[in-house]
Design a protein. Structure first.
Length: 204
């Protein structure tokens, strides 16, 4: 394998290209250890050793570090590893590794995310947020089915109205319509909004 290019990724890490294709990212000390230089050959033995003993192990440690910082979906973790310069086969192996320990579980992520925000946001907002994190429509809908009840929708609307210091008896028809419109834009249904406004008691 011919080392066709070595370029800086950061001040301490370098992207190595073999036979014209990106292969992996190595530290300066690793380039020196394996005598990797542009326009020189890298043996198949050294190539496999680098992948198995350095790159794969580093990818797993990086994934665990990312998951320690915060919960992430599979899609989010893949994007982070891709940005770090890991190739797709190594990313797939790394994802399988963390999944085998239960460190990545998209369905549990969706449920936990919904539970933490369902009294503040509408289902429409929640759906958009979870889609942006790379979750499938089916998974989001299944998670919502498990987590949401009509009571949760009521609480979310009530919280919005309290933040607006809602007082229907002191509001004009135009002001009231603005409240309805704002809640509708957030994804709440008209009947749910009307029910909360007519039935709930309002406190400062």
């Amino acid at each position: 394998m011919l080392v066709t290019k070595i370029e800086n990724k950061t001040s301490t890490k370098f992207k190595v290209y073999l036979d014209g294709q990106f292969a992996f990212v190595l530290k300066k000390s690793e380039l020196f250890r394996y005598r990797i230089k542009e326009n020189e050959q890298l043996s198949e033995c050294d190539y496999e050793e680098i992948r198995n003993e350095i790159i794969k192990k580093r990818a797993k440690l990086r994934a665990l570090q990312l998951l320690t910082d915060m919960d992430r979906t599979k899609d989010q973790l893949c994007k982070k590893l891709r940005d770090d310069g890991y190739q797709e086969d190594i990313i797939d192996e790394t994802i399988g590794y963390v999944e085998s320990f239960g460190y990545v579980n998209d369905f549990n992520f969706a449920k936990n995310f919904i539970e933490s925000k369902k009294n503040k946001k509408s289902k429409k907002e929640m759906y958009s947020l979870l889609k942006a994190k790379g979750l499938s429509s089916e998974m989001i809908e299944n998670a919502m089915e498990e987590c949401y009840s009509n009571e949760d929708t009521v609480q979310a609307i009530e919280q919005f109205l309290r933040k607006k210091r809602f007082r229907p008896e002191n509001m004009s028809e135009k002001e009231l319509q603005k409240i309805y419109s704002a809640l509708a834009r957030k994804g709440f249904h008209y009947e749910d909004i009307r029910h909360v406004i007519q039935v709930s008691e309002w406190n400062a």
